[in-house]
Design a protein around this ligand. Sequence first.
Ligand code: PHE
Length: 342
Amino acid sequence: MEELLEKLDSYRKEIIDTQLTGAEAAETYRIRFLGTKGIVKNLFQEMKNVPADRKKEFGQILNEFKQLAESKYEQVKETVGGSASPDSSTDWTLPGDPIAVGTRHPISLVRNRIVQIFGRLGFAVAEGPEIEDDWHNFTALNLPEDHPARDMQDTFYIHKNPDWLLRTHTSSVQARVLETQKPPIRIICPGRVYRNETISARAHCFFHQCEGLYVDENVSFADLKQTLYFFVQEMFGKTVKIRFRPSYFPFTEPSAEMDITCLICGGTGCTVCKQSGWVEILGSGMVHPKMLENFGIDSEQYTGFAFGMGVERICQLKYRINDLRLYSQNDVRFLKQFVSAL
Ligand code: PHE
């Protein structure tokens, strides 16, 4: 007991004499006296060795000692900072280090914008698998086996099962939706498609399309035109003109391809529009009655229109991108240019 009191005396002196001049000295002090293995804790553990009749007296002395040790630290904590606080040399008003934030891929930006524009007209997003079967990609769309139009789309077939293929267009999603939903149907299907083409600045073995389908009573070609005109004006601005050219797709009748005035040259002629002043952006038409009947929809009661556009083409015109390969080369110098959302 006497020994303990002597120890306490010398610690008291040490506390009084210690100069807590900076954050480091304060921290060393805190650990030595107040830490979980510090002197104060240890002294309290000595209580058990103190004779019962002196416990009360020793307890008081210890409590006072603890207060002394703590108050010394409390005095400087505010100014030099405690263990969790910064030292005073930190300038908290300095600007932070910038964190590099990634950017969205241009294809995603354009896809999202397309979905947004059609969303305002009540079109919901529908999706389907990229590995399709022959039925959904061709036969259901009025392209029976041996139909010459199958050759237009250089298809990748899956070796294991020749009935499987990589979808050549997002029209396969039309088939899936008609299979499961009843009119009125108003959907937009964005997605990746595959064709066995030699990769160049103008062609790639995979690209993106966005299909639209609207089936209801009294849907006319005028609705198709107005819907696409609205889309073009929202996407490219009010000054852009559209024109329709008759075309052929097995699943639409009549069919038309739609061009817009070339945004690269403004219509005066350049290499992108092949000097014509117009660029094709989509295929479209009135849903073929046979296609509706394929899915048990009464083609006397219902009519519909469909269209399919290439997302890369829209992106090319929007951002003036002259080489399709740039989209998939992952060159950050290209990718980081698309910081703003459309
Ligand atoms: N699926 C056609 C293509 O890939 C585009 C299209 C879609 C045409 C819908 C008409 C209607 O070229």
